[in-house]
Ligand binder design. Structure first.
Ligand SMILES: CC(C)(COP(=O)(O)OP(=O)(O)OC[C@H]1O[C@@H](n2cnc3c(N)ncnc32)[C@H](O)[C@@H]1OP(=O)(O)O)[C@@H](O)C(=O)NCCC(=O)NCCS
Length: 173
């Protein structure tokens, strides 16, 4: 892996990042579900971004999947993870996802998951594969509305989970 560029900043997104996040997600149609610009702006407080020289280099977000009858034990799904194509393999994805995980862990979910076509990357970050039958709330709330794959159990995306707790990280700017 090459070194992370020095003018890299990882921070919470703000509304002026919305358009660049929208473009970055749309640039990865094979791996990511496109989101309307208004949806991104409405949920901008859930996005973490990495910038390089002030320009957006990557984004990550999350969705909370409550467990009926056990609301203190929600699962959180990491979503919309992307690094700009020309900036990959420099460690930016790791920085971004570790920062997003720090934010997620701060509200103490029972489980942190991702559904991904890139299990190699998440495996390097400490995620491990889990059966899709273990995340039926995701299947019912998200996969049932999926426009890409008709059957969540045969869809090629791999379900993975990260340790839900870890030492606290400093808050992001
Ligand atoms: C997946 C993605 C975010 C990785 O970003 P990145 O900046 O290239 O990742 P990093 O350079 O930080 O890599 C972190 C580690 O993962 C490894 N890695 C990165 N991409 C990988 C891949 N496709 N397969 C296997 N390992 C990979 C790196 O070698 C590195 O390992 P190391 O730290 O142990 O040396 C980026 O490739 C991307 O945006 N892909 C398209 C969208 C996507 O697939 N998003 C995830 C779906 S939810």
């Amino acid at each position: 892996m090459n070194q992370t560029p020095t003018d890299t900043v990882v921070r919470r997104a703000n509304l002026s990042d919305s358009r660049a996040i929208y473009d970055l997600i749309r640039a990865n149609p094979e791996e990511l579900i496109a989101r309307p610009l208004a949806d991104i702006a409405r949920n901008i407080d859930r996005f973490t971004v990495v910038t390089l020289g002030g320009e957006l280099a990557g984004c990550a977000s999350y969705t909370i999947l409550p467990e009926a009858g056990n609301f203190s034990g929600a699962t959180v799904e990491l979503t919309s993870v992307a690094i700009r194509g020309d900036l990959r393999r420099h460690g930016l994805g790791r920085l971004l996802v570790e920062a997003a995980l720090g934010r997620i862990r701060a509200f103490r979910p029972e489980q942190i998951i991702v559904l991904t076509s890139n299990p190699g990357f998440f495996g390097r970050l400490g995620f491990h594969e889990i059966p899709k039958s273990a995340i039926l709330h995701k299947i019912y709330t998200g996969c049932m509305n999926c426009m890409k794959h008709s059957n969540p159990f045969t869809c090629p995306e791999v379900a993975m989970a990260a340790p839900a707790s870890a030492p606290a990280t400093p808050p992001l700017p």
